[in-house]
Design a protein around this ligand. Structure first.
Ligand code: SF4
Ligand code: SF4
Length: 345
C-alpha cells in the first residue's frame, strides 16, 4: 500500500497557521496517554538567517499535541561548524531570540546532545556506509517524535527536509563529522592559542605538541569530534570533503538509526524555500513561491512529494547534485517509500 501524504496548500502564513490543526488531525488521528512525552524536532535558524520555519508553527504544533493529551517539548542538536548554535548556551539564547523560548512556544526546547554536542548514543546499523551511528544521546529515549522540517535547497545533498532533519539534525557532533567528512580534524596553528584544552579532553591521546604546535595525530584520532567543541579559538578545523552521493546515503542511514523503534510523524513546510539551508547565517531570497505544508507517517514519501512539487527550481539551484540520492537510498534500506498517495486538504 502506498503511504499517504497530506497536502495543505497555501501561501499565506496566517491561513496556514489557522489550518495546521486540520492537517495535524489527519496525520495524528489518535490521542496520547496523558502527559506522554512527545518531542518536536525543530531547527531554530542560524543567527542572521530569516527564512527558517517561523516559531509560530511550533507553537501551534505544541498546542495541538497538548490538546491530544501529550506533554510536548521541542528538541534540536548543536552544530558541527562554529557558529551561534555550536554550544547549548548560545543555541538557547539564539532560539529565544528567534521565538523558540518556552514562554512563546508553550514548551521547553531541549538540546539533545549535551553542552557541546559531545553526548552521543551508539546505534548499530548494517548500512552501506554506517555500521554504528552516533546519535544525540537524548534521541533514543524519546518515544514519540513529530518532525517539523523546512524544505529548502542544500549545497551538499540537493535539498534538505525530513531525512536531513532526522540525520544531521539528530546526530551528535561525532556523527555529524562522520556524515560530512572523510578525514579527521586538523588544527589551524594560526588560530591556535596553545591553551591545551583539546589535548586534555582528547580521549585517544591523539593531540601532541610538535615543533611547538598542537597537532592531531590522525593515526590515533578516532574522529570523536570532542576537540572541535572545546576549542574556543575555533582552531580545530574540518575538511568538508565528503562527496555528495555518499553524504546523501549516509544521511538516509542516520535517519534510519535515529528513528528506529519510534512512533513518528513528519511535517514538511514548503515556505521560504531558499537555495541553501537554514544553517547559513545570512538573509536569503526564496527561489520558489510558498507552496504549503505536507505531512506523512513516511519520511521518504513526504520528502519525495515535496521534491516533486518544486524539483525544477531546487534542481537548478544545485545542478551538480542529484537530490534523489537520499530518497533512493532511503527506500533501499527500508526507511520509507518513494511512491505515495497525495491527499489535498
Ligand atoms: S583547544 Fe584550540 S586553541 Fe587550545 S590548544 Fe587546542 S586547538 Fe589550540
Ligand atoms: S576528534 Fe576526538 S580523538 Fe580525534 S583528536 Fe579530536 S578529541 Fe581526539
Amino acid at each position: 500500500m502506498k503511504p499517504k501524504v497530506f497536502f495543505l496548500p497555501g501561501k499565506d502564513k496566517s491561513e496556514l497557521l489557522e489550518r495546521l490543526p486540520l492537517l495535524l488531525g489527519r496525520l495524528i488521528d489518535k490521542g496520547f496517554a496523558t502527559n506522554a512525552f512527545c518531542g518536536v524536532k525543530v531547527h531554530v535558524g542560524e543567527e542572521g538567517n530569516v527564512t527558517f520555519v517561523p516559531a509560530e508553527f511550533a507553537r501551534a504544533g505544541v498546542h495541538f499535541l497538548k490538546q491530544k493529551g501529550a506533554r510536548p517539548f521541542l528538541f534540536e542538536t548543536n552544530t558541527l561548524y562554529y557558529g551561534q548554535r555550536s554550544n547549548t548556551l548560545d543555541h538557547l539564547r539564539l532560539a529565544a531570540e528567534h521565538g523558540f523560548g518556552s514562554e512563546n512556544v508553550g514548551a521547553p526546547l531541549l538540546i539533545a546532545d549535551g553542552i557541546r554536542g559531545e553526548a552521543s548514543a551508539r546505534i548499530p546499523l548494517k548500512g552501506k556506509h554506517v555500521r554504528e551511528a552516533q546519535i544525540a544521546s537524548l534521541v533514543p529515549n524519546i518515544p514519540c517524535i513529530v518532525g517539523f522540517s523546512h524544505f529548502k535547497g542544500h549545497m551538499l545533498t540537493g535539498f534538505g527536509a525530513t531525512i536531513k532533519n532526522f540525520s544531521m539534525g539528530c546526530a551528535a557532533r561525532n556523527g555529524k563529522l562522520q556524515i560530512h567528512s572523510l578525514s579527521k580534524p586538523w588544527i589551524d596553528v594560526e588560530r591556535c592559542t596553545s591553551c591545551g584544552e583539546c589535548q586534555i579532553r582528547c580521549p585517544s591521546d591523539a593531540i601532541e605538541i610538535k615543533g611547538g604546535d598542537f597537532v592531531i595525530v590522525h593515526a590515533k584520532c578516532t574522529g570523536c569530534a570532542g576537540c572541535i567543541g572545546v576549542c574556543t579559538a575555533k582552531a580545530v578545523r574540518i575538511k568538508w570533503n565528503e562527496a555528495s552521493k555518499s553524504a546523501s546515503q549516509k544521511m538516509a542511514e542516520y535517519a534510519l538509526a535515529a528513528l528506529s523503534g519510534k512512533e513518528a510523524f513528519y511535517v514538511n513546510f514548503l515556505v521560504n524555500i531558499t537555495k541553501d539551508c537554514d544553517c547559513l547565517g545570512k538573509k536569503m531570497e526564496p527561489i520558489h513561491e510558498d507552496v504549503g505544508i505536507l505531512a506523512s507517517r513516511d519520511p521518504v514519501a513526504v520528502d519525495q512529494a515535496c521534491l516533486d512539487m518544486v524539483e525544477e527550481e531546487i534542481g537548478s539551484a544545485h545542478p551538480e547534485v542529484d537530490p534523489a540520492v537520499q530518497l533512493a537510498h532511503g527506500e533501499r534500506i527500508g526507511l520509507g517509500k518513494r511512491d505515495y498517495e497525495l491527499e489535498e486538504l
